[in-house]
Design a binder for this molecule. Structure first.
Ligand code: SF4
Ligand code: SF4
Length: 389
């Protein structure tokens, strides 16, 4: 993959400016370099040898939440995310890199290191060594405190029930290493249903690597995860994070040959936990008054419709369908912009008079929390699966 492959697609940009109206980064910065139209102008100049790749160009490409909003509204149907990632990849090959983004992405993709990090996080949490959070150099202590203070609910005892559906569970990095509450919630909910959970030693989904343009490492991770999945016998591959699910769905686009065929074989089995609950006709005993739902940018229509069914007995309040501003490492790399985007989202939640807000992505939890903290609101934020539990 190289930028030149997208020359024709970049030329299709008519400069209509529709992307400006939907880009959260443009809304916060009011700078043309933030929106896809501006990025394409720059990349056009590079393709025509009127400009060269540089640290500044990478900085502009990195000003992106990979929320895909611009592509959804682009009348020319340009896949901005893929183009931005490919430009980042080209620059990486030429030695122009953003270590602040690459370093954590590569750590997340290192299972051994992550298992060690889990022990470290458990020690901090269990022994309440919160003073140590300064070691993390996090830009927002209240946020890191939130993660370290999470009370991990234990898993309920297993009761035997007839199982007819095998659900292979992809836990994702946050659920696997930082907050096991989600996986316990899934296990609790499914234990009296026909669905049986199957576990496997997956790696990170690879999204942080993909959005840093590190395609080589991303492809390696994709191949490893596909192999891990296909070693098991299962009906569905389930996800409790919309971003991990969409990343798995993208694997076939990035790899070739037999492995691409294997990725395509997996695709129809990839669903969210909420779609699985819909398939097994799960009816939650849940009646919430004034609940706001934040759909992650990566949540697809099937996931959204399953969530709406699960919450059909609740009073859902309307909020603006905008990005939470987190987007993984964007929250740390561009904290000022991220906070502004999160804060706008929080304003809309506060205006809705919601009692709580639910979402289906651990990174969105951080974005929503960040915004509500900035707005000095104590509206609760939680993962939908934990609320169902
Ligand atoms: S919406 Fe599409 S065609 Fe219009 S300016 Fe943005 S990228 Fe170009
Ligand atoms: S993907 Fe989102 S943040 Fe990135 S340019 Fe498009 S609208 Fe803006």
């Amino acid at each position: 993959m190289k930028l030149n492959d997208y020359k024709e697609e970049i030329y299709k940009c008519s400069g209509c400016g529709q992307c400006q109206g939907v880009c959260p980064v443009y809304e916060a910065l009011k700078k043309e370099c933030a929106v896809s139209r501006g990025k394409f102008k720059l990349l056009n100049a590079i393709l025509n040898n009127d400009a060269k790749y540089s640290k500044k160009v990478l900085e502009y490409m990195d000003l992106c939440l990979h929320c895909n909003k611009c592509s959804l509204f682009c009348p020319s149907g340009i896949n901005a995310q893929k183009i931005i990632e490919t430009a980042q990849f080209d620059m990486l090959k030429n030695g122009i890199k953003n270590q602040k983004k690459l370093f954590p992405a590569r750590i997340l993709a290192n299972k051994k290191l992550m298992k060690f990090a889990k022990i470290f996080i458990d020690i901090i949490r269990n022994f309440k060594i919160l003073e140590m959070i300064n070691l993390f150099n996090c830009p927002n202590n209240k946020l890191s405190r939130y993660f370290l203070k999470i009370k991990v609910k234990p898993q309920a005892e297993k009761k035997p029930s007839a199982k007819t559906i095998k659900a292979l569970y992809f836990k994702g990095c946050i659920n696997n290493y930082v907050n096991p509450s989600n996986q316990n919630a899934i296990k609790n909910i499914l234990q009296n249903t026909p669905a049986e959970i199957i576990e496997a030693d997956f790696n990170c989904c690879g999204l942080p690597l993909k959005s840093a343009g590190d395609f080589e490492c991303f492809k390696e991770i994709a191949r490893e995860n596909i192999k891990t999945a296909l070693e098991k016998d299962f009906d569905y591959l389930i996800f409790d994070c919309a971003s991990c699910k969409s990343t798995f769905l993208s694997y076939a686009e990035y790899i070739d040959g037999k492995e691409k065929e294997k990725a395509e074989e997996l695709t129809p089995k990839i669903i969210s936990i909420y779609e699985l609950l819909d398939i097994i006709n799960y009816k939650p005993a849940l009646k919430c008054d004034k609940i706001a739902v934040h759909y992650p940018c990566h949540a697809d229509i099937k996931e959204k419709s399953a969530i709406k069914k699960l919450l059909s007995d609740c009073n859902i309040v309307e909020t603006e369908d905008t990005c939470c501003g987190a987007a993984g490492s964007f929250l740390f790399d561009n904290n000022k912009i991220s906070k502004e985007i999160s804060s706008k989202k929080a304003e809309s939640i506060i205006r809705s008079d919601a009692n709580c807000v639910v979402t289906t992505c651990p990174s969105c939890i951080l974005g929503l929390k960040q915004g509500l903290i900035k707005q000095k609101s104590d509206i609760e934020v939680c993962q939908l699966i934990e609320l169902l539990n």
